[in-house]
Design a protein around this ligand. Sequence first.
Ligand SMILES: CC(C)(COP(=O)(O)OP(=O)(O)OC[C@H]1O[C@@H](n2cnc3c(N)ncnc32)[C@H](O)[C@@H]1OP(=O)(O)O)[C@@H](O)C(=O)NCCC(=O)NCCS
Length: 146
Amino acid sequence: MNQEIKIITNKIVDEKFIKNLHDAFPVAEDNPNWNLQAVKEFVQNNHNKFLAGYVDNQVAAYLYGCISDRLDNKRKKFYVHGLSTKKEFQRQGVMTAIINYLIDVLKQEGLAAIWLLTEPDNIAAVNLYNKTIGNPKDQIMFTRDF
Ligand SMILES: CC(C)(COP(=O)(O)OP(=O)(O)OC[C@H]1O[C@@H](n2cnc3c(N)ncnc32)[C@H](O)[C@@H]1OP(=O)(O)O)[C@@H](O)C(=O)NCCC(=O)NCCS
């Protein structure tokens, strides 16, 4: 099994890449509604990061998030907005490799921390984050749709 992690750049984002994302991560499963222009804009913004994990040259997993600006000169933090591993590639260490790779990149860029939210009953995600990120917090999230 040949595993590779790439940070997605504008050069990689084309119709074929978007089709591969649609095929691997159907919108029905809570994945983004992959859109060529939106993905291009996302990766062009240097506060954003979009990583993909490949197994034997097939896209197997993705993670995306952003650096939050601050109102002081403290080091910035990275928020993970979404991530998923295609079912057939789950439990093979792909997302662990992506998160560890991302943490190395963020440290090199001088960031202070990585953070994310998940549902307490998402056992796979909770176990994954305990192993890779740690330090769970007991906080309440509020959200309102418009
Ligand atoms: C959560 C998810 C991203 C994990 O991706 P993955 O590539 O399978 O993760 P890894 O293979 O790196 O697993 C790392 C660890 O996570 C935990 N884990 C992963 N899948 C698990 C499962 N089905 N049940 C219990 N623990 C699990 C294990 O501790 C695992 O280590 P181990 O295999 O040595 O025991 C994947 O299950 C997924 O895509 N789920 C659907 C989307 C989702 O829930 N996203 C998160 C939203 S917050």
